[in-house]
Design a protein around this ligand. Structure first.
Ligand code: B3K
Ligand code: ZN
Length: 858
């Protein structure tokens, strides 16, 4: 039986009290930071209910109302709440408490990252700083005075504008910040430390001068420029595309090494995992550069979609996250290749979000029941949430969507609102009825659409019947039909004949196309117009036709993915299956022809283990790994000369960072990956490693050496360690790749690495790199038949439970998704889940997931 109680969307009640202003004084010390919080509180309406403030891991020192200290008998205090009865409609409440940042390994509230103090409040971390109404619909104006030792902490930062500063006795100093925009406390931030500062500025379209300040650890200034450039591009893009300008005089970003996720959009003071800030060619890959730009943009875009208009309650998280992911995807597509970006979004969705929807934590993009809010920062809320926004964009068109956004801001600027409010703005601005569409917010699971067709030769009429189905999900909610936009092309004799957006709103509909001169090949779900699985009985030739002739680049790529998936199914049925020559010649054509090499790299990449597992119920993971190896091997060996030739045409002598150079590296390293299956692999890999002048090539060769366990591997790992031991982001890559080695010894070597002088479970990036590198990047050894892989992961989850529940809860994902595998593996995984379930002091985060996996009701 669980000691924690879930919360339900249906139970939402407006707050009984409002907090108008917050005056914080924070006196920073490692173990006994003193927080004095003076709030102006207004009772909402006539009632005599007490004020209940959230608070966790706080040491309460005093409570005063309108300047008069209360005796402890005047309030009730528990581990999570301070309850005060005040007989006034409006009053000033002052609370003084202490916190312990140094021992805060959960990294929520105020904690230390290296020598700096920093904060993380979303979702419910502010209650670890002070007693408060810690819910997003309480919007207050914050003034924050930070006091700390001047020499150790020359920079004292909080949200808004710096309004006062000065020296104090004993080497201390203070800075006071005022944020004019009322905000929920999850957007509060504080940083204190000694940094290098990259300063720049931006003038908004209407002429506001904004100081841009990027704070990095001492010595890292040379790796901050890309993040700064990305910020300026994001500011400009939001002005051009959505007419949205920045609204304060300063925008600060601080990079810290210890951070539970990627970054945080605190008003005017973003705090970032240094992984998403620091980059130069030598130490960062092309993907790192791309991700930095995308995350900087994402957090910047939150200033409007999240901060100016925020969520009424946490069930509405997708209001800001789905929308902001959609915005960052559009930005990335505009900055780079639209097609390749779309393909990457779809890969992520199919390999991870589909699995989430099929697993025990399945939830709608607007969840209805939550035990630990941090568990709902999911692929579903973020990525599927973005797909839902994208479908509205598809249905309403570019201009309709922009009009909807404008109305949304006009109506709700400065408010905390719901997903329904967003959809209403979209619908009201365009006159399009989205009432059926809204069901996407309430329904979990990946819908399936089945397409069948009929060609009437005599009338030159083609009819396409589309039906939708909704498999059951673990949350047990009943399913209803959805409004699904489906882009369709018809290929008639290999020519694109008709392009339409079909809107499926019933369980089954037939669409008729007239004047079609011969039986067409339907090209379905162009640009992946809906987050669904789509089935149509294509012949192999149909798929090859689409690969070559479809207009839509996503469809051309997707047809290839279907060809790969079919080969995997056949190899699973018959290990000796020989990949047909037609498939190989299609791949060969992709390999030898000229064109967009980034797209080609994607076309030559086989769907990953996770995505295939989602397509194959109860698959034996070892058989799937075997089939994947076989497919790679056959392609690699039979096209070896082409891969080698292509590889050599793509090796350039000098490094460049433009799109073409990035695309060439991507294709070259896909070739290298295949060459790893051939006897040329070792020499080419070693040579690339030695001559690499950039991290993309260097890490690609090390990766191939590890996953193919090539003879050159150990020397390269050792050289890499010596070269990069002082760069922690690069060392994360090194730790990660060791988890991916294809050797029976990998679990022992991962265990040994946990004793490495640079390893610590307290450092989230490092823990995720080594443990996640193995459990999420090494299917072959994680799913070993002796259960050692599962056991290793469970041991680390148990250790992390006490240190950092959020990190533990993220890493447990592959264990809870046991149901997609064969019985023998399920049993082994279940045994580990049961072991975790019995743990004394199991965190709320893990309890929610383990109980869901074991179907224990809360
Ligand atoms: N809003 C934050 C995520 C907070 C996660 C809390 N566990 C970053 C983002 O999505 O932009
Ligand atoms: Zn976000």
């Amino acid at each position: 039986m669980s000691e924690f109680t879930p919360r339900y969307l249906k139970d939402y009640q407006p707050p009984l009290y409002r907090i108008a202003t917050v005056n914080l004084q924070i006196e920073l010390e490692d173990r006994d930071t003193k927080v004095t919080n003076t709030m102006q509180i207004e009772r909402q309406g006539e009632h005599n209910k007490p004020l209940k403030l959230d608070g966790e891991k706080l040491t309460l020192l005093s409570v005063s109302v309108d300047g008069v200290e209360l005796s402890p008998s005047a309030y009730q205090l528990t581990d999570s709440e301070l309850c005060i009865a005040v007989d006034k409609a409006s009053f000033q409440l002052t609370i003084v408490n202490e916190i312990n940042p140094l021992d805060n390994t959960a990294l929520e509230g105020i904690y230390k990252s290296g020598d700096a103090f920093c904060s993380q409040c979303e979702a419910e971390g502010f209650r670890r700083i002070s007693y408060y109404l810690d819910r997003p619909d309480i919007l207050a104006t914050f003034t924050t005075k930070i006091i700390a030792e001047k020499q150790k902490y020359p920079y004292l930062l909080a949200n808004g504008n710096n309004i006062d500063s000065g020296d104090l006795d004993n080497g201390y100093h203070f800075v006071t910040w005022h944020d004019p925009y009322p905000k929920p406390c999850y957007l509060f931030a504080l940083v204190a430390g000694d940094f290098d500062l990259l300063a720049d500025s931006y003038t908004t379209r209407s002429g506001r001068h904004v100081a841009l300040e990027l704070f990095v650890d001492k010595g890292n200034l040379s790796r901050a420029q890309h993040a700064m450039d990305s910020l300026k591009k994001s500011m400009q893009w939001d002005e051009q595309v959505f007419d949205l300008e920045y609204d304060l005089d300063v925008y600060m970003i601080v990079a810290v090494d210890f951070f539970n996720m990627g970054a945080m959009e605190n008003k005017g003071l973003n705090i970032f995992n240094s992984k998403y800030v620091l980059a130069d060619e030598k130490s960062a890959t092309d993907d790192d550069f791309f991700n930095i730009e995308a995350v900087i943009a994402h957090e910047y875009f939150h200033n409007w979609t999240g901060n100016r208009v925020t969520c009424r309650d946490w069930f509405q998280l997708s209001l800001k996250e789905g929308l902001t992911v959609f915005r960052d995807q559009q930005f990335s597509a505009d900055m780079h290749s639209g097609a390749v970006n779309r393909i990457r979004n779809v890969r992520l969705l199919r390999s991870q979000q589909f699995a989430e929807d099929a697993g025990p934590m399945a939830h709608p993009i607007r969840p209805e029941k939550v035990l630990e809010m941090n568990n709902f920062y999911t692929l579903t809320v973020y990525e599927k949430g973005a797909e839902v926004i994208r479908m509205m964009h598809t249905i309403l068109g570019e201009q309709g969507f922009k009009d909807g956004m404008a109305l949304y801001f006009q109506r709700h600027d400065g408010q905390a609102v719901t997903c329904d409010d967003f959809v209403s703005a979209m619908s009201d601005a365009t006159g399009v009825d989205l009432s059926l569409f809204k069901r996407w917010y309430a329904q979990s699971g990946t819908p399936i659409i089945d397409v069948s067709d009929h060609y009437d030769d005599a009338h030159q009429r083609y009819s396409m019947t589309i039906a939708q189905r909704h498999p059951d999900t673990a949350d047990g909610q009943p399913k209803r039909d959805l409004h699904i936009p489906i882009n369709v092309e018809l290929l008639v004799e290999s020519q694109v004949r008709d392009k339409q957006l079909l809107q499926l709103t019933q369980s089954e509909q037939t669409f008729v196309f007239e004047g079609i001169t011969s039986k067409p090949v339907p090209v379905l779900l162009g640009n992946f117009s809906a987050p669904v699985k789509c089935f149509y009985d294509y012949s192999d030739d149909d798929l090859l036709d689409i690969i070559v002739n479809a207009d839509d680049a996503f469809n051309r790529w997707d047809a290839g993915q279907q060809v790969f998936a079919r080969q995997i199914m056949q190899l699973l049925q018959e290990q000796t299956h020989r990949v047909p020559d037609t498939v190989l010649s299609a791949l060969q054509r992709i390999l030898v022809e000229d064109g967009d090499n980034a797209l080609r790299a994607e076309q030559l990449t086989i769907p990953d283990f996770q995505q295939l597992a989602d397509m194959l119920p109860f698959v034996n993971p070892q058989h799937l790994v075997g089939a994947l190896e076989q497919l790679h091997l056959q392609i690699a060996q039979r096209l070896a000369t082409d891969f080698e030739h292509r590889y050599h045409t793509l090796t350039s002598s000098t490094f460049a960072k433009d799109g073409v150079a990035i695309a060439n590296r991507a294709l070259k390293n896909v070739c290298l990956h295949y060459l790893g299956y051939t006897d040329k692999g070792n020499d080419i890999c070693r040579q690339q490693f030695i001559s690499a002048d950039n991290m993309t090539d260097e890490i690609a060769s090390l990766h191939v050496a590890c996953v193919h366990n090539l003879p050159c591997k150990q020397t390269m790992l050792d050289e890499f360690e010596r070269k990069w031991q002082n760069n922690s982001l690069v060392m994360d890559k090194w730790f990660m790749l060791q988890g991916r080695q294809d050797t029976d010894e990998v679990i022992n070597s991962v265990k040994a690495l946990m004793q490495h002088r640079l390893f610590s479970l307290k450092n989230p990036n490092r823990a995720r790199a080594l443990i996640g590198g193995f459990s999420q990047g090494n299917a072959k050894h994680f799913h070993r038949g002796d259960g050692q892989g599962y056991r290793y992961l469970a041991d680390q989850i148990i250790a992390l439970n006490a240190i950092n529940p959020q990190v533990a809860s993220r890493l447990i994902t592959p264990l809870i998704q046991y149901k997609s595998f064969s019985q023998d593996h399920q049993k082994l995984m279940l045994a580990e889940l049961e072991r975790i379930a019995k743990l004394e002091g199991l965190s709320r985060d893990l309890q929610e997931k383990v109980n869901a996996a074991l179907q224990i009701s809360a």
